[in-house]
Every structure is written in structure tokens, then in C-alpha cells.
Design a protein around this ligand. Structure first.
Ligand code: PMP
Length: 386
């Protein structure tokens, strides 16, 4: 038929999910699917086959505090940290978890005084990762409670400060903002890898959380690890995981170990592959290219702005290196759009608004880790709104 002059505004743009079904452009979660292409290219080398009789026991044969940790995974974790130089492992205990989300809760459990009259305060400098308040609050624990922005925290009650560096959502390199003795610190180093940031120092904090999800993009394997200085804290974290899930899938641990091993191999093998085929070179290039495109698009228009980052010296590459965070902390500069999340939603793009992170609604967090077609759509949209 003929087009009516009163046609409704065009439906929001859609992409295909692979089965031909349309889905809205979702840049709300940090689903790290963009490294899929890399892992496809070396598929055979990083595959694991697990015989039916293997890994049946709850227990593992390792000697460490964490009795369900596969020794092979512990070995590859130490090897990779040594290669990258991003965290100290000698003398630290390793605890494996179902993602670092479980380890965060294990750390809260381990650091909370068991016999205090009041729950301990958990704080983090805003803008903070939106899961911190959600995870701290959802069970209404008697052990700990969410107390908001670390910079606004006053008084002399004991506290746990969560430090995320590079920070989710804004990408900056953070240090603890509270410096008193009554506090304990959990360092969330999910993004402290060369594809996202310069490696500026060898981290040696009391509790350091890492995740396989953001290292390689294998979020579905659900493997995270904590490097823990104090043996008693490591024991309590292990106890939490025992009571929560009686350990962590051996199958997943072996898969993570294998894949991490291929990264280290590609740097340490007698005849290593060409530089651009090594994981950090490849992933760094992809992230840098995306950030270049995003900055160009944002600068060519006036609706949005982005944070500016320093370019510190990277201990891993030996070069000065810009930051290429996993998320863009996009600010809406338009007078007619104070709620940036709603504005982008009206353009067909789902993002997470600033309020979730303890910040202004003019900001949104946009994933930089989605598949190419979704990222391309973001760039096109920014260019088209001007
Ligand atoms: N910490 C930060 C800062 C994150 O961004 C994420 C994932 N979005 C996690 C922890 C949790 O990751 P996982 O549970 O997949 O290990």
C-alpha cells in the first residue's frame, strides 16, 4: 500500500542475534564477545578434551589453602602474572571462584568481623561498579552493609573500601581514597591487563581480584581468582566458597588453565608466533582502534564528551601507552537530554545510566567489548545525532 503521511517514527534499530531474530543494540552489559574472533583463529591450540573419569572428586590435589583449586590453573595464573608484571604472586595465596563476583562476596565475608554488633560499612569511590551496592545489599546481611561513595564516608566506624582499577565505569586508574587504619581494602583488578591499560606497577595489595572474563573474554567459563596476602583471610574466603558452592567447576578451571597457557606460550615459546598474533598485542590493537573511532566520532559532534586519559609508561610493553578501557563513560552535553540513558534508548541503544554508579544521569556507561556490528551502530548513531 501507499505510505501514509502519519507514519509513526521509525522503529528502533535492531541487529540480528544470529538466528535471524532481531534484538535491540545492547551495550549495557560488559559482555566481552569481541575477542571471539581471536579465539576462533587459534581454536585447535586452545581446546581441551576432558576424559569422563577425570576431575570427579570435590577435592583437588594442590597443596595450597584453597582445597578445590586445580594445581594446573594455579600454575598458569602465576606464570601469566609473572609475564605481564601486573601483580605479585610470590608469597600470596590463590583462591579460585565462580567468577570474581563470587570472590568479591567471599572477600566481604572474610573481612567482616564475625562478632561485631553492627554490619561493617562497604564503600567505593563514585562512580563505582554498579554491582558493588547490588551484591552487598541483596541478602541484607548482618555482616556488612553498603555505605556508598568512599569520598563521602565520615566517622570512625570500621569499613571495607573497594577499589576498582582501571575503574568500571570510567576507566581511570584508582587508589584507595580512605587512608585510615580502621579500613580494609579489596582491590578489583578485573581490567588490569595490557589490552585495557598501561601496566604501571606490580600490584601487591592485601586482596586482589582478577577474572578470566575480562582477561580473555571467556565470561561464560565463570572463573575468577583472588591473590590474598594473609593466610587466614584466604582460608575464610575458601570457607565461604565451600559453603556457597562446595568449590568451583574443575572443567572450567582446566579450560581456563589451558587458554591462559596458550597466551603465555605465545610469548615464551622457543619459536613464538608473530607479534600481532599474540593475545595482548592483538587485543590491545582492537581496543585502541575502537577508542580511536569513538573519540573521532564524539569529537566531530557536539552531543557527547569523553574522559581524557594520561599515557603512562607500560612495564609490560616498555612503551608509553594510552588507556583503552572496557567501557566508555559517555557524557551527554545536550541541553534537551539530561537523562543520557533515556536519550540513547530513544535512539535504539541500551546503556547503563550514571545513577547506577552513584553518578549523574548525564553519564552513561557504554560497553566497548561488544561484537563489531553493535559497536559500528554506536559510532553511526553518535555521528548521526551530531
Ligand atoms: N569486577 C568488575 C569491575 C567487573 O566489571 C566485572 C564484570 N562486569 C566483575 C568484577 C565480575 O566478573 P566475573 O564475575 O565475570 O568474574
Amino acid at each position: 500500500g501507499e505510505a501514509s503521511p502519519e507514519l509513526p517514527s521509525p522503529p528502533p534499530p535492531f541487529s540480528s542475534d544470529g538466528d535471524g531474530n532481531s534484538v535491540p543494540i545492547n551495550l549495557e552489559q560488559g559482555d566481552p564477545t569481541m575477542f571471539e574472533e581471536y579465539w576462533r583463529s587459534i581454536a585447535g591450540d586452545a581446546a581441551v578434551v576432558i576424559p569422563a573419569w577425570q576431575g570427579m572428586s570435590y577435592l583437588s590435589s594442590g597443596a595450597g589453602v584453597c582445597w578445590f583449586m586445580e594445581p594446573k590453573l594455579a600454575e598458569e595464573i602465576v606464570r601469566l602474572h609473572k609475564l605481564v608484571g601486573n601483580a605479585r604472586t610470590a608469597g600470596w595465596h590463590i583462591v579460585v571462584g565462580v567468577g570474581s563476583t563470587q570472590l568479591f562476596q567471599a572477600a566481604l565475608f572474610a573481612l567482616s568481623p564475625p562478632d561485631a554488633g553492627e554490619p561493617i560499612n562497604v564503600v567505593s569511590a563514585a562512580p563505582y561498579y554498579s554491582y558493588y551496592p547490588a551484591v552487598v545489599e541483596y541478602l541484607r546481611s548482618g555482616l556488612y552493609r553498603w555505605a556508598g561513595d568512599a569520598r563521602a564516608f565520615r566517622g570512625d566506624a570500621p569499613y571495607i573500601e573497594v577499589v576498582c582499577t582501571p575503574n568500571n565505569p570510567d576507566g581511570f586508574l584508582n587508589r584507595a581514597v580512605l587512608r585510615e587504619e580502621k579500613g580494609r581494602v579489596i582491590n578489583d583488578l578485573a581490567y588490569y591487563w595490557p589490552q585495557y591499560t598501561a601496566i604501571t606497577y606490580e600490584a601487591d595489595h592485601e586482596i586482589m581480584l582478577f577474572t578470566f572474563s575480562k582477561l580473555t573474554g571467556h565470561a561464560g567459563t565463570r572463573i575468577g581468582w583472588a591473590l590474598v596476602k594473609d593466610e587466614d583471610v584466604a582460608r575464610k574466603m575458601t570457607k565461604f566458597i565451600e559453603l556457597n558452592t562446595i568449590g568451583v567447576s574443575k572443567d572450567s578451571q582446566l579450560r581456563a588453565a589451558k587458554i591462559m597457557g596458550t597466551i603465555s606460550d605465545s610469548y615464551e615459546a622457543a619459536s613464538p608466533p608473530p607479534v600481532e598474533e599474540r593475545f595482548f598485542s592483538y587485543s590491545r590493537c582492537v581496543m585502541a582502534a575502537r577508542w580511536r573511532r569513538l573519540r573521532q566520532a564524539v569529537e566531530s559532534a557536539s552531543s557527547f564528551s569523553l574522559p581524557e586519559f594520561p599515557s603512562p609508561l607500560c612495564r609490560f610493553s616498555g612503551e608509553k601507552s594510552g588507556l583503552h578501557p572496557a567501557f566508555a563513560w559517555l557524557k551527554c552535553e545536550r541541553e534537551d537530554a539530561e537523562d543520557c540513558e533515556s536519550f540513547l534508548k530513544s535512539l535504539g541503544i541500551r546503556t547503563r545510566g550514571g545513577a547506577h554508579f552513584g553518578a549523574d544521569r548525564r553519564y552513561v556507561r557504554v560497553s566497548m567489548l561488544a561484537r563489531d556490528e553493535m559497536f559500528d551502530f554506536l559510532i553511526k548513531t553518535i555521528l548521526s545525532v551530531g
